[in-house]
Structures are given as structure tokens and as C-alpha cells.
Design a binder for this molecule. Structure first.
Ligand code: 5GP
Length: 179
């Protein structure tokens, strides 16, 4: 049910139950693939913090978690620049890295971060994204796993913001850009 304090929520696109179901499936696949291997989950802040918390707790093999802070957005429009505000402070060459992102839109952020991390010679690198908007891509970047493909809408909730608000919503919703 949408609380009336949240007037800019147009509609719920993906419920928390649906999100949790898909995370369980993906966590099971990650568990299977990385069991017995040194696994590092690298999240791209800020939007990924909720997804990362649920994903890492459902993976049933030991992992470590690290974050980078990357900025590429202002309001609801993508900027052409990808700014690494906070980098990893560790060597990743002894880890299988799973790069975890909240949403792939134009693909610029992950294209850039993927290239930076590969240049640091991890044992392997895969990309998992909660949401994918394939219609907005400006390059050929493809995540290895995307939990949900969505149409070209601006979405909020479950960690994703509009100007730092709405991250606390348990579901993914369409933001009402009118007015
Ligand atoms: P890209 O570089 O792929 O264009 O954009 C990736 C970043 O843009 C995401 O990490 C996210 O911060 C932001 N972004 C893209 N689409 C949306 C959206 O619909 N809602 C929100 N809240 N952020 C988005």
C-alpha cells in the first residue's frame, strides 16, 4: 500500500516479495559458482546499499564486501561524466569479484568501472545488477546477471533515490516526473 506522504510515487513496479524471490535465485547461483573460492562483492554506492545487504546475506558461501562511490546522475537526467568519488582501498588481484549495481541505464557507469577493475587483474569479474533499462544503452555493455529488466522509466525505492529521497521504500516504484 502506498503511504499518502509519498505523493510522487506513480505506481509500484516490483514488490519486495518479487525482489526477494529473485535475489534468492541469484544468490543460489552465486553460491554454487563461487563455493570454496575467495569472493569479493564490490558495490557501487549509494543506490546499491539495500540490494547488497540482502544479496550478501543470501549467498551461502563466505564473501567479503567492499564499496566504491561513483556519481553519474543529477536529478532524473544522466550526465555524460562518470566520477569516481571513492575508490576501493584494497588489492583485488586475489579475489573473484562480483560487481554489484542497482541499475544499468546508459551503461556508462558500469562500462567505466568494469574496465577499471579488470585493469587490476582480479581472478575473475562478473557484473550483477538489480535493474536493467536496456533501451537506454549508449554502448554495448551487458551485465552478466540482471534480476529485472524494466522499461525506460525513472524508478525509486529499495535504495534508489530521487535527489537522495525515497531510498527507504521497500519496493521499486515509478517516480512521477509530472509537475
Ligand atoms: P548509467 O551510467 O548506466 O547511465 O547509470 C547508472 C546510474 O544512474 C545508477 O547507478 C543510478 O544511480 C542512476 N540511475 C539510472 N536510472 C535510474 C533510475 O531510473 N532511478 C534512479 N534512482 N537512478 C537511476
Amino acid at each position: 500500500m502506498i503511504n499518502s506522504d509519498y505523493k510522487k510515487i506513480k505506481r509500484v513496479l516490483i514488490t519486495n516479495d518479487e525482489i526477494q524471490r529473485r535475489i534468492s535465485e541469484v544468490a543460489a547461483a552465486i553460491t554454487e559458482e563461487y563455493r570454496g573460492k575467495p569472493l569479493l562483492l564490490v558495490g557501487i554506492l549509494s543506490g546499491v546499499f539495500v540490494f547488497m545487504a540482502d544479496l550478501c546475506r543470501k549467498i551461502q558461501t563466505p564473501s567479503e564486501v567492499a564499496f566504491m562511490y561513483v556519481k553519474s546522475y543529477c536529478g532524473t537526467k544522466s550526465t555524460a561524466m562518470v566520477d569516481i568519488v571513492m575508490d576501493l582501498n584494497r588489492d583485488i588481484s586475489n579475489y573473484h569479484v562480483v560487481l554489484v549495481e542497482d541499475i544499468v541505464d546508459t551503461g556508462r557507469t558500469l562500462h567505466e568501472v568494469d574496465a577499471i577493475l579488470r585493469s587490476r587483474n582480479p581472478l575473475s569479474l562478473k557484473v550483477v545488477t538489480l535493474l536493467d533499462k536496456p533501451s537506454k544503452r549508449v554502448n554495448d555493455f551487458q551485465p552478466d546477471i540482471s534480476l529485472f529488466k524494466i522499461p525506460d522509466l525513472f524508478v525509486i525505492g529499495y535504495g534508489l533515490d530521487f535527489n537522495e529521497k525515497y531510498r527507504e521504500l521497500p519496493y521499486i516504484a515509478e517516480y512521477d516526473e509530472s509537475i
